[in-house]
Design a protein around this ligand. Structure first.
Ligand code: T3D
Length: 262
């Protein structure tokens, strides 16, 4: 049986490649489990200092494998709330709670939950030919995998509603113009740029980067007072790290810092 998620660790970067290219890397249960295991490993393994998520073949991810939801097979209607609880939501939470940077290289179409998993990552690069499709309305579902949350938050209601109610594709360059992703890059350059970015993050001050990620995420729901307190606590922690001492020493010695991630 072929692996549904390829996993490779090099230079502190754990690369997770969704690997059901014949189905545009849509999710079956096996791929759900494999992706979740991959991100759990990133939580648990201190050798992992950044994650790079991408897809094999011409697509990034087409969301749920609809072949596994064929109503023509009969039987009761599927319990989709349960599958969100079992599969999509834990993965989303693992990505957001990982105190290490997650780079997503969207190599091709990202549809349904596939689009929204990409948007949950910390820095998203997309090939110019890639498109993001909130495909749910085409099949009578609502945008899940955090889509209503991230789209409303990043784009505001007018664009979030238009994208989700029409299911119109959004090309990568426009997604970047709208601030939904970090960058759209030439297709041929995508993986080089994404790998270089992930490698430079993995060589960074991991503890400080993890705290920064959490602060930015928490800012949306914190008051300024709460956020100032959270910054104080995080800076207290960062100030005790070996990487802070190294960063300042390297500056004073006019050389590049060699961060250990601690
Ligand atoms: O169920 C739950 O647990 C609830 C959670 C739901 C989360 C969701 O993600 S719901 C949304 C599910 N996804 C979709 O509705 C997208 C379906 N796919 C498409 O609309 C199109 O495939 C794309 C717009 C993504 C790409 O179009 P195109 O023309 O580039 O490719 P294609 O020819 O449609 O697809 C290529 C192959 O992949 C094709 O197989 P074939 O004919 O070559 O054997 C196609 O059937 C297969 N494929 C693409 N998406 C899926 C899929 N097979 C199963 N499930 C898919 N989602």
């Amino acid at each position: 049986r072929s692996e549904t998620v390829l996993s490779a660790l090099a230079d502190g970067v754990l690369t997770l490649t969704l690997n059901r290219p014949d189905k545009l890397n849509s999710f079956n249960e096996d791929m759900h489990r494999a992706l979740r295991e991959g991100i759990r490993r990133a939580h648990d393994d201190s050798a992992v200092r950044a994650v790079l998520l991408t897809g094999a073949g011409r697509g990034f991810c087409a969301g749920q494998d609809l072949g596994d939801r064929d109503p023509r097979r009969g039987g009761p209607a599927p319990d989709l709330g349960h599958t969100l609880d079992m599969f999509y939501n834990p993965t989303l939470r693992l990505i957001r709670s990982l105190e290490k940077p997650v780079v997503c290289a969207v190599n091709g179409v990202a549809a349904g939950a596939g689009a929204n998993i990409a948007l949950a990552c910390d820095i998203v690069l997309a090939a110019k030919s890639a498109r993001f499709i909130q495909a749910f309305a085409r099949i009578g579902l609502i945008p899940d995998a955090g889509g209503t949350w991230s789209l409303a938050r990043i784009l505001g209601e007018p664009r979030a509603k238009a994208l989700t109610l029409t299911a119109e594709p959004l090309m990568a360059e426009k997604a970047a113009d709208w601030g939904l992703i970090w960058k759209a890059v030439d297709d041929a350059d995508l993986m080089d740029q994404a790998q270089a970015l992930a490698a430079s993050l993995a060589a960074g001050p991991t503890l400080g980067l993890g705290l920064t990620k959490r602060l930015i995420q928490d800012a949306a729901t914190n008051s300024l007072d709460q956020q100032l307190d959270a910054e104080r606590d995080a800076q207290q922690q960062a100030g005790r790290s070996a990487d802070y001492a190294e960063g300042v020493t390297a500056f004073l010695e006019k050389r590049s810092a060699r961060f250990s991630g601690r």
